[in-house]
Design a protein around this ligand. Structure first.
Ligand SMILES: *[C@@H]1O[C@H](CO)[C@@H](O)[C@H](O)[C@H]1NC(C)=O
Ligand SMILES: *[C@@H]1O[C@H](CO)[C@@H](O)[C@H](O)[C@H]1NC(C)=O
Ligand SMILES: *[C@@H]1O[C@H](CO)[C@@H](O)[C@H](O)[C@H]1NC(C)=O
Length: 212
């Protein structure tokens, strides 16, 4: 083999090894968000950290595990690491990008819960913008992704938004958490998690509550 080719091959192999060893590693959250297309369907950049979510029925959200609407019908306990005392306020959201279905998501996203001005990770002390509504995937619409996102706020904020009740479906569709984050200068989400769910017999009860 010609010497120049040998040198080139050695250099290519070396640079591949250096890339592998020194590249900034993706976190498990970032890898799973990208593999499940939450990036780019919901957000342009995946969060680094995990959000812990436990429902009263005992089930936990764990990066795409399947839960039933019955299991996730009530407000969960949500927790994330927030040791940065200079940034005291956080925003929490749950959105379903697969409304009305993942194959034809014409109402992307459905706004399931939006709480701002959360002091640290004390969600019940935050300011509710959209009341919590559990998962309500339509009959025959397949699995939907339910995405939890936490943003660090630059300061305490005034949210100039209509307050959405859990007794109505008005203004829940076509919601972009990314546009919301831009509007309020929240940057990219710092933590996230998600589960998937499909129709079960709790869904008609939920639709009745929403007046659908
Ligand atoms: C949501 O967006 C779709 C298309 O992007 C549009 O057809 C529909 O009317 C919108 N729905 C509402 C409630 O604005
Ligand atoms: C729905 O959104 C529109 C436009 O932002 C607003 O004018 C209206 O008051 C909202 N309705 C409810 C019930 O939140
Ligand atoms: C609706 O939201 C209110 C206020 O957040 C809460 O007290 C109530 O339990 C919720 N109702 C349902 C049916 O989820």
């Amino acid at each position: 083999m010609h010497k120049i080719w040998k040198v080139t091959i050695v250099l290519l192999v070396l640079s591949a090894i250096i890339d592998k060893v020194f590249a900034y590693p993706k976190s498990p959250v970032q890898s799973v968000f990208e593999a499940n297309e939450i990036v780019p369907d919901v957000i342009p950049i995946a969060p680094y950290w995990k959000v812990w979510v436990t429902y009263a029925t005992g089930v936990e959200v764990e990066f795409g595990n399947e839960l039933t609407p019955t299991e996730v019908k009530d407000i969960p306990f949500v927790w994330w690491t927030c040791d940065d005392k200079s940034h005291k306020y956080y925003t929490l959201a749950i959105v379903d990008p697969d409304a009305p279905s993942r194959v034809e998501p014409t109402s992307r996203n459905w706004n399931h819960w939006l709480v701002g001005n959360i002091p640290g990770n004390d969600v019940p002390s935050g300011e509710t913008i959209a009341d919590f509504v559990g998962a309500g995937p339509g009959l025959g619409s397949g699995l939907h992704r339910y995405v939890y996102l936490v943003y660090k706020q630059p300061s305490r904020l005034f949210f100039n938004e209509p307050r959405l009740s859990n007794r109505s479906a008005v203004n829940r569709t076509n919601f972009s958490i990314t546009d919301f984050a831009k509007k309020y200068n929240l940057g990219d989400p710092i933590a996230g998690n998600f589960f998937v769910a499909q129709y079960d017999d709790y869904v008609p009860i939920l639709y009745e509550q929403l007046g659908l």
